[in-house]
Design a protein around this ligand. Structure first.
Ligand code: NDP
Length: 323
């Protein structure tokens, strides 16, 4: 038996109940994990609130976790009881134990702690595919990133800097601006105080950016398009301020722009792709490129309070729930 946070209906953080759930037995190709650390991501809020549809009547949010293998199902040959692993799946991780398909598990290299993995796997794989696949960043590029002091934002800054790009960030308030500046961003704009489009024009001497990574959505997308240079790429990978509803393809005619709306799970479809991208991420953690110094920890039971803080824009870096 283990504890879990189960949302009984779409709504606010209060819809998640702390309940007992049986452990489950691993079937063919599955393992039973005991979670040690569970990452909190904005996607958990999209599911809890009902912005993303639920496949069943109730929902356990949670898109990434790290843990230890407790039991191995038939046909699983590459994992043993006691192995340390982590995974990303769209939902279902806010629980102490879970049966997971073995082919979705990433073994943790020595030196990478479970809390580190749970705070960095989903966000880091996202940063990895964004800079290598959604738009392939080149040395010398200038790139704009919104919510630069957030979980994904603090990983994108140093990653972009390591690729030789000039990263311009936006963040809400002086404390977040100062934090992003310490994480790879050459310039950071307080977009609650200043017009970020005017600032990008000024900082790039009118040239604009090669790409914009925009996870804020409704509030920023129009301005983001204006920050691009001719033939620039608009990467909209989230909507923390709400869905983009009024976009027209003809909006891209102002400079022959490209737009993409990528989703992590389409970039880790095969096990080989999952492991290749994870290896790149773990290498960037162990060589010190990524600074994982802003990981907040809370007990699993407090996930609702973390959601409330994220929705109110009070969090910085990533938050990990300890099971
Ligand atoms: P963050 O830690 O970045 O939190 C979201 C941040 O968005 C806030 O801290 C806030 O920063 C900013 N924000 C701007 N407007 C609002 C608003 N109205 N309400 C709340 N927040 C707002 O979250 P994550 O690192 O977990 O995720 C970042 C984004 O990346 C999310 O949109 C998420 O959905 C997306 N994502 C997409 C993936 C994909 O594959 N497509 C995968 C992973 C994440 P500030 O105060 O500085 O404005």
């Amino acid at each position: 038996m283990g504890k879990a946070l189960v949302a009984r209906a779409p709504g606010g953080p209060e819809v998640m109940d702390w309940v007992d759930l049986p452990d489950g037995r691993p079937g063919r190709g599955e393992v039973l994990l005991r979670h040690t650390a569970i990452g909190v991501n904005f996607i958990d809020i999209y599911y809890r609130s009902g912005l993303y549809p639920w496949p069943e009547a109730t929902m356990i949010p949670g898109a990434e976790a790290a843990g230890v293998v407790e039991a191995v199902g038939e046909g699983v040959t590459d994992l043993r009881v006691g192995d340390r692993v982590a995974y990303v799946l769209p939902f279902g991780a806010y629980r102490e134990t879970r049966v997971v398909p073995a082919d979705r598990l990433v073994p943790l290299p020595a030196g990478i702690e479970p809390a580190t993995a749970a705070g960095a796997l989903l966000k880091g794989l996202t940063a990895q595919y964004l800079v290598t696949a959604s738009y392939r960043v080149q040395a010398g590029d200038t790139v704009l990133v919104h919510a630069a002091a957030g979980g994904v934002g603090l990983l994108l800054g140093p990653w972009l800097a390591a690729l030789g790009a000039t990263a311009i960030g936006t963040a809400g308030g002086p404390e977040k601006v100062a934090l992003a500046r310490r994480h790879g961003y050459a310039e950071v704009i307080d977009y609650r105080a200043d017009d970020f489009v005017a600032e990008v024009v000024r900082l790039t001497a009118g040239a604009g950016c090669n790409a914009v990574y925009d996870s804020v959505g409704a509030d920023t997308w129009r301005g983001s398009l204006k920050c691009l240079r001719r033939r620039g790429v608009f990467v909209n990978f989230g909507q923390s301020s709400g869905m983009i509803r009024d976009f027209a393809l003809s909006d891209l005619a102002a400079g022959s722009l490209t737009a993409i709306r990528p989703v992590l799970f389409d970039y880790i479809v095969t096990r080989a792709e999952l492991l290749t991208r994870s290896a790149d991420l773990f290498a960037r953690i162990t060589d010190g490129t990524l600074q994982l110094d802003v990981v907040n920890t809370r007990p699993l039971r407090d996930a609702g309070a973390v959601h409330a803080d994220m929705e109110a824009r009070r969090t910085m870096g990533s938050t990990v729930l300890l099971a």
